[in-house]
Design a protein around this ligand. Sequence first.
Ligand SMILES: Cc1ncc(COP(=O)(O)O)c(C=O)c1O
Length: 376
Amino acid sequence: MSALFEVYSLYDIEPVSARGALITDKLGMEYLDLYGGHAVISIGHSHPVYVNALKAQLDKLGFYSNSVINPLQLEMANKLREQSGCKDYSLFLCNSGAEANENALKLASFYNGRKRVISFQNGFHGRTSAAVAATDNRAIIAPINSQHATSILELNDEKSFLEAVSRNEVCAVILEAIQGVGGLDEPTASFYKLVEQKCREHNIVLIADEIQCGYGRSGLFFGFQHHGIQPDIISMAKGMGNGFPIGGVLVSNKFESKFGMLGTTFGGNHLACAAGIAVLDVLKQEDLINNARKLGEQFHKDAAEIPQVEQVKGRGLMLGLEFGFEVADLRKRLIYNQHVFTGSSKNKNVLRILPPLNISEQHLGRFLEALKKELK
Ligand SMILES: Cc1ncc(COP(=O)(O)O)c(C=O)c1O
């Protein structure tokens, strides 16, 4: 029996170092990383600004709790406000995506005193209790999580949405601007607008789950910004720390904070903030969000020319290629024959492409050539 509690099915690859969009394994084989370890690597592996910031912080102070002044938190919150354009929001820091959503849902329920959460089919919001109950995957909802009142509706179905909100018992609506795990489907702009409007009318809290599509991945800082929406709470993680475990919620100024209302031991610690600040600095200095948008547009055009590709999905560098067959075997061949990491999704026909936001055009071209070879 393994000393590890085995819950992951593993590829037989052992990475030992990485730089930019390239990973090297223990045999010295180089892989092109078009998956970023589940959309986590935003500014590239081992970016020197990031590495130096973490090393320097570790030499000074790695951790202290939230019972003392930590100016790095404020620096990060101010930079986040400025770079995201979300000036009327305040930041609460935690450690992961699920924890960000759990806190978002808790805040919503404190705010309006209600319990029911509306989420959408093929949505993924994490594995903690309220977050997993809102996730459309029965297999990961344990009996202890199923106590939550949730309505998982069809995405873009206005009728079922209007019916659900009319009961005046809804606490929050949570949705991704681009579904990650689900397979790159999106709410239409008109559906997202309707959701925003009805949330305002019924005092329902609108939560934008930007854990995967946020932090520049979609070609704008946040995915909901493609639709001109103003959510009440924005949850973030993944690209925020480029691999350092950090999550957060941006809370609009309609919520009043109270001491003790939310809390965490590790969230917002010094080392996490150093990572988060370095990510924001590099995103800005290297104009990576524009890079993501431009490369994404080019990728859409190039990938659409491959005859087996039925649809190119997503925006920026949050991309999916839909085929007329299941991609599990193709993914394996891309890894073992072509040395390219890609991702899967709940939609078994979609290959997910989530490279670092500073990947080069040449590397994307190399992937498309590798893909064509494996499709022959
Ligand atoms: C949209 C979305 N929300 C929440 C989560 C959960 O994040 P974490 O795994 O950091 O808890 C994920 C993870 O894939 C996600 O894609």
